[in-house]
Design a protein. Structure first.
Length: 187
């Protein structure tokens, strides 16, 4: 299999930019030789997700209204992390900010591109254990509902399509596999 880039970029122009994303439109020749355009969304931050897990196999979900979906969403704690900072530092900040939790043990379990047909957004997902409860401090754009529940219930919510956020689905399914294999040390 040839893994060489079959696309030719003729010209590129930035169409839109804000503090979080930029949109570039490329004039291209596609792999079959035809001319076309390709829109690419560049994310200026990492997507960070954290699945907190206590010794009783409970986890925490964050509920919030998601503007682009025009719907309420249950998710693991997640947010953005500056590209120039270590992802783990951003994960620690997000977990504290959204749930008030701090963790003494962190394990990266997943890296994934969230929508690689149109964007370069990279997600990094952690499991946080050895938890201590403190005060949350959500951002002004967040109106959050925090819910502690058995991990198995969160897993069932994924199976019933009650959790549809891609990072949350990936984190919960991966954690289920790790727990079932005994490959996860919960402190």
């Amino acid at each position: 299999m040839d893994e060489k880039n079959p696309w030719t970029t003729l010209e590129s122009r930035k169409i839109y930019e804000n503090n979080w994303i930029s949109l570039t439109e490329h004039d291209v020749i596609n792999p079959s030789g035809g001319k076309g355009i390709y829109g690419q969304v560049h994310f200026k931050n990492l997507a960070i997700g954290i699945l907190p897990l206590d010794e009783g196999k409970n986890t925490w979900l964050v509920g919030q209204y998601r503007y682009p979906l025009n719907a309420y969403s249950w998710e693991i704690p997640e947010g953005g992390g500056p590209l120039h900072l270590p992802a783990l530092d951003s994960a620690k900040r997000e977990l504290l900010e959204e749930t008030g939790l701090t963790a003494s043990h962190w394990q990266q379990i997943q890296q994934m591109h969230l929508s690689n047909s149109v964007s370069d957004e990279l997600a990094i997902i952690y499991i946080a254990t050895g938890l201590s409860q403190g005060e949350s401090a959500p951002e002004e754009t967040e109106q959050l509902c925090i819910r502690k529940l058995p991990f198995e219930e969160a897993y069932q919510m994924v199976l019933r399509n009650e959790i549809t956020d891609s990072m949350s689905v990936a984190a919960i399914l991966k954690t289920k596999i790790l727990l079932d294999e005994g490959a996860l040390n919960i402190l």
